[in-house]
Structure formats: C-alpha cells, structure tokens
Design a protein. Structure first.
Length: 279
C-alpha cells in the first residue's frame, strides 16, 4: 500500500502517484491506483488520457487497474463518513488478491478517506514544494535561528495514522518526504529549506530524499497521460524527445531507487517467493 499525500495543494501528489504506479507495472508488478480526489480527479483523468493516447498512437502503454473513490458524494453525512472509511477499507480489500500493490492518490486537504488511507499505508510519500510556506504543513521554524519550534498540521495527521497502525499491531508507514519543483539554481531559500527538512526528518521520523526539478515536461505529460518512464521515441510521446525528457527520466529513476519500492513491494524477492506469499 503506497499512499501519496500532503495537506497542501499542488505539491505534485498526482504526478508522483502516476510515476510510481507506472514504474511498478514496468517492473512486472500488478499495480492498481485509487484516486481519493473525487472532485478534481487528476489521477483518474491522467489515466483516461493515457488510455486514449495509447489507442491513438497504437502503443501498448501500461494502464493500472483504477478506481476513483467518491466518499464525499456518496457519504456526505457524519454517519456517512464512518461508512466511507469502511467502504474504502473494503474496496482496498477487494483489490488485494488481484494486485501486488496499490497506489492511492489523495486530495490536498483533510478528510475521512484521506485519513483512512494514511492508516493503510506501508509506504507514505509526501511531495513538497520548495518553500517554508509548504514546509509549514510539517513543522514551524524560528525566523532567525531556523530551529524547529512546532509540529505542523499534516505531521499531526501522519502521527495519528502511524499511532493507529501501531495500536493495531502493524508496522508504522515508512514515510518519505521529497522535494518537488526544485529550481535549477542555487539560492538561500533552497539551502534553508534543505536544512529545515533535515531537522524535521529527525524530529518526525521521515526519510528525506531529493525529488524532482521544475521541468515543463511534467506539465506536458497530462493531456497524453504520459510519464518520464515511457519510451522516449517520437511515436510514443508524440513529439521529438528532448534532453529535458532524458534528464527527467534519470531523476525519476533516482527517486524510485531512493523510495526503495523493492523493499516495500517485495519486488526483490524471487518470483516463486512472491507467488507463495500471494497464495
Ligand atoms: N517537477 C515538476 N515540474 C513542473 N511542473 C510540475 C512538477 N510536478 C508537478 N508539476 C505540475 O504542477 C501541477 C500540480 O501537480 P499535481 O497535480 O501533481 O499536484 P497535486 O499535489 O496532485 O495537486 P492537488 O493538490 O491539486 O491534487 C501540475 O500542473 C503538474 O503538471
Ligand atoms: Mg492531485
């Protein structure tokens, strides 16, 4: 169970969720995706666009099994929220026998199913834009010394979910925070956010990894449902591949290595061992 989340909009959750899901399929795993952002549906739209693009260019692009979970619409009352949590847990349960791994994309705000997803996560990935405004969701800092002064609202959500897992006798999620949309040039802000994340990493117990640079190619992918991991030929991407595609592919591969998907998904286990576990 891989959950991509942050209580902050536009940090790259759907982009990262899509890349992780496609990476897992390309590594030979059966991956499903669940979109909990039933209003915006960015991940669902990306997958629909990928299906349409694959048909148009006659390429066999990997498509995850996909569910868009509509907790807000189907369970609007307070009692309904409890039902929505249960229905989400049941939905995941029904996906389990068919898929090796499930990637859940969440909305950038608090809510029942979003919290429930945190409690289900084996691996929690939090993309973060490169500023102290974004860092505030995780922790607050002294304006002069930049020492950590408090816990952010999203860090509290993660803490609560990890507590729920421990209470249920399960391992808490392996939590990874990655920086997204990094500028290519050095700046004081960039260095200070780096230092802030290092300090928070120790205090909150997450692994902090280098993420993705700001690159226009990530924005261009949406309409065709593409990722930086797809074949870099003109027919597949519908344009001449550029250096930007190549560099994006390299940094996504580096990110995937840092995520240790192999450890989380049992991908490194021999095939017969995985089959035995699945049985
Ligand atoms: N590294 C990047 N470089 C350039 N653009 C990026 C990068 N990562 C994401 N984007 C763009 O930023 C926008 C927001 O990204 P995305 O939809 O993945 O964020 P999100 O956290 O899922 O947002 P929301 O909270 O609204 O669901 C999109 O237009 C996406 O293409
Ligand atoms: Mg999103």
């Amino acid at each position: 169970m891989i959950v991509v989340a942050n209580e902050k909009g536009g940090s790259g959750k759907s982009t990262v969720a899509m890349h992780v899901a496609i990476a897992l399929i390309k590594r030979g795993l059966r991956a499903a995706t669940v979109d909990l952002d039933s209003r915006q549906r960015s991940l669902s739209r990306t997958i629909e666009n990928r299906q349409a693009w694959a048909g148009r260019v006659g390429r066999n692009l990997e498509i995850p099994g996909h569910i868009c979970f509509d907790g807000q619409i189907d369970y609007p009352s307070a009692a309904g929220h409890v039902t929505a949590d249960q229905v989400l847990a049941d939905t995941i349960e029904t996906l389990m026998p068919t898929y090796d791994c499930i990637v859940i994309d969440t909305p950038g705000h608090d809510g029942g199913p979003m919290r429930q997803a945190h409690a289900l996560a084996d691996l929690l990935i939090t993309p973060l834009n490169d500023s102290f405004v974004n860092l505030d969701a995780l922790g607050s800092f002294d304006a002069e010394t930049l020492g950590v002064t408090g816990l952010g609202h999203y860090a509290a959500t993660v803490d609560e979910a990890r507590g729920r897992r421990i209470a249920a006798g399960r391992q808490p999620a392996d939590w990874i925070v990655l920086r997204n949309r990094l500028s290519m040039t050095a700046s004081r802000n960039k260095r200070q956010v780096d230092a802030g994340l290092r300090a928070l990493s120790a205090a909150l117990g997450f692994r902090y990894v280098e993420g993705l640079a700001e690159r226009v190619v990530y924005r261009e992918f949406f309409l065709r449902g593409l990722t930086a991991l797809d074949d870099l030929d003109e027919a597949t991407i519908g344009a001449r591949p550029t250096m930007s595609h190549v560099t994006a592919r390299q940094e996504v591969e580096q990110l995937l290595a840092a995520l240790n998907l192999e450890g989380t998904t049992g991908l490194s286990a021999p095939a017969e061992e995985r089959a035995r576990d699945a049985a």
